[in-house]
Design a binder for this molecule. Structure first.
Ligand SMILES: CC(C)(COP(=O)(O)OP(=O)(O)OC[C@H]1O[C@@H](n2cnc3c(N)ncnc32)[C@H](O)[C@@H]1OP(=O)(O)O)[C@@H](O)C(=O)NCCC(=O)NCCS
Length: 210
């Protein structure tokens, strides 16, 4: 049974404002990070990152092991309109190195449903960067007018499943053929209660743990 959604709240963040986002946050050990809107210039650093990614990381993100994309292909991820496609990068350390990127994509600029995806580079995984990035994507998405966020997550991607289930939003997980479609109802602000309204469909009887 799909979750019931309340009427959409009004967006407070337009595309121009989204394209100028620049925030600071901290990972769970207190390390400061910068989270900012992606820019076309980021394509060069992203091109250098792709060959360093492990097969597992690529598979978890793209559901197949892709070969390093061309600069032109990468520009589709960096030259974004912030109307239908909002992307953020996480910068780390004194050199402000790019260690993660994440995005929300929706069909039209007035749609209140967006798909979320993200990637943290291998050597920086499990330090809390994914958590701050996903939290910021969800918060920014709410301001951007998104009431429902959908992510396709491999069933073995326990870190991503945990990240999504513990953001304080009602969450529905539907299992099919090795992946979960995770839907977060973000029309209300998050609560501190991580056990709220998690519904899992299709996985239990197949012995899959979400
Ligand atoms: C999935 C991913 C985004 C998570 O980011 P991260 O920075 O590594 O994750 P975090 O350090 O923020 O940890 C997330 C949570 O998962 C938990 N976790 C990590 N590995 C886990 C595992 N194997 N099983 C269960 N939980 C796990 C962590 O304990 C943490 O929970 P906590 O904050 O309550 O302690 C990152 O690992 C990644 O980019 N993976 C490859 C690409 C990918 O999977 N993208 C998502 C596609 S939708």
């Amino acid at each position: 049974m799909p979750m019931e959604l309340a009427p959409a709240h009004c967006p407070t963040l337009n595309a121009d404002e989204a394209a100028r986002l620049f925030l600071t946050d901290h990972t769970r050990d207190g390390t400061p990070v910068v989270i900012r809107a992606i820019t076309p210039e980021d394509k060069y650093e992203m091109r250098d990152i792709y060959p360093t990614l492990s097969e597992r990381t690529l598979y978890m993100r793209f559901f197949r092991v892709i070969s390093a994309p061309s600069l032109e292909a990468i520009s589709r991820y960096t030259d974004v309109d912030f109307d239908t496609h909002l992307a953020l990068v996480v910068l780390w350390g004194p050199e402000q190195r790019m260690v993660a990127a994440g995005r929300l994509i929706r069909a039209t600029a007035d749609s209140d449903v967006a798909e979320l995806s993200c990637l943290v580079i291998d050597e920086m995984q499990h330090r809390g960067i994914g958590r701050v990035l996903v939290r910021q994507l969800l918060e920014t998405g709410r301001e951007w007018g998104v009431n429902r966020v959908i992510a396709l997550v491999h069933a073995e991607n326990h870190a991503m499943l945990k990240l999504l289930k513990t953001q304080g939003y009602p969450t529905e997980l539907v299992y099919d053929e090795g992946e979960f479609t995770v839907t977060l109802d973000t029309h209300l602000p998050p609560t501190d209660d991580n056990d709220i309204n998690h519904a899992t469909v299709g996985a239990m009887h197949q012995g899959i743990e979400a």
